[in-house]
Design a protein around this ligand. Structure first.
Ligand code: PLP
Length: 336
């Protein structure tokens, strides 16, 4: 777990805060809810991709690359943060946006993350839903190479063993904060998608023998698929950082009861979670990930999944910029 052996550029305002959510705790009647503020990582309005990009962009620079290519949904937080990281490091950035949701909504297609991608100077290309996005990125990289550029391809969500190192740093940071505060963390809960966040966290927390269980609330895949994907990357990350003995399959837990109609499709639970967290704690979640993650946490609390004296940390993975791509879900415009 000696992370200084890996190339890294500093992009994150770390440590991010770890603080209680007293009003939401009172409203739900316990357990004690805490929040780890990885929405406040400092780069381009923040989020969980910043930590991953420290190692991905570090490797890109170590390889002498000058143009990063990545992909995501239209309202991708990952593309936005990658565009900003490329800007600050003086590299070009091309983002391939997959139209996973069929909509003509102007906010979804042009505001929120899309507006910011453009402000950061990224080149955007559109692809229909269901496209093999990794193949599209490789094809683009080939075209750039033939023009003499040096592209670096970052997978969707920055989720490979290099990006996951960012969440190993978060595991180390979280455990140090808990020890300083005298806080016994009984559970960590967060939204999971492309799996790098959970893989890095679990590899780090297991490698440190923390005994802290992590629950990923799925935003796209059914539970068996998500757990298999997380497990694969957790093992690869643990190998990469030299965790002895590998990772126990039982350390990988996902819950896909809160996906609703699909990736990026709003649910009543997400809307309630975004509104409750805003109104009780003054904290902004997002419609695609942290809103569904918090919807899962709230529902599990109501179902008595946690004991009242337990401490549960919600890892806020960011994304509130995406609210501006979903205006109609929260504040329907009156007719007339
Ligand atoms: C990408 C993202 C996630 C999911 O993290 P993964 O590492 O892809 O599983 C969660 N929340 C937000 C806001 C994100 O942008």
């Amino acid at each position: 777990m000696h992370l200084s052996r890996f190339p890294r550029v500093r992009l994150t305002h770390a440590p991010t805060a770890l603080h209680p959510m007293p009003n939401l705790t009172r409203h739900l009647g316990g357990p004690r809810l805490w929040i780890k503020r990885d929405d406040c990582t400092g780069l381009a309005s923040g989020g969980n991709k910043t930590r991953k990009l420290e190692f991905l962009m570090g490797e890109a620079q170590a390889q002498g690359c000058d143009h990063v290519i990545t992909q995501g949904a239209v309202q991708s937080n990952h593309v936005r943060q990658t565009a900003a990281a490329a800007a600050v490091l003086g590299m070009k950035c091309t983002g391939l946006l997959e139209h996973r949701i069929t909509t003509s909504d102007r906010d979804y297609l042009g505001s929120g993350n899309v507006l910011l991608d453009q402000l950061f100077g990224a080149t955007l290309e559109q692809r229909p839903g269901g496209t093999d996005m990794q193949a599209e990125m490789e094809a683009l990289a080939g075209r750039l190479r033939s023009r003499g550029e040096k592209p670096y391809v970052i997978p969707g969500g920055g989720s490979n063993r290099v990006g996951a190192l960012g969440y190993v740093t978060c595991a180390i940071e979280l455990l140090a904060q808990a020890n300083d505060l005298g806080l016994r963390i009984d559970h960590v809960v967060h939204a999971t998608g492309s799996t790098g966040t959970q893989a890095g966290l679990v590899a780090g927390l297991e490698g440190l023998n923390s005994g802290i269980p992590v629950l990923g609330i799925s935003t796209r895949q059914p539970r068996d698929v998500q757990e298999a994907n997380v497990y694969r990357l957790t093992q690869a990350t643990a190998d990469f950082i030299g965790v002895r003995g590998g990772i126990d399959r039982a350390a990988i837990k996902a819950n896909s009861d809160y996906v609703g109609g699909g990736y990026g499709v709003p649910t009543p639970g997400m809307i309630e979670a975004v509104e409750l967290t805003a109104r009780l704690e003054g904290i902004l979640l997002d419609p695609v990930y942290s809103g569904k993650g918090m919807a899962g946490l709230i529902d599990l609390v109501r179902r008595g999944h946690f004991r009242p004296d337990e401490n549960v940390v919600f890892l806020h993975t960011g994304g509130s910029v995406g609210l501006f791509g979903y205006v109609g879900s929260f504040a329907p415009v009156a007719d007339g």
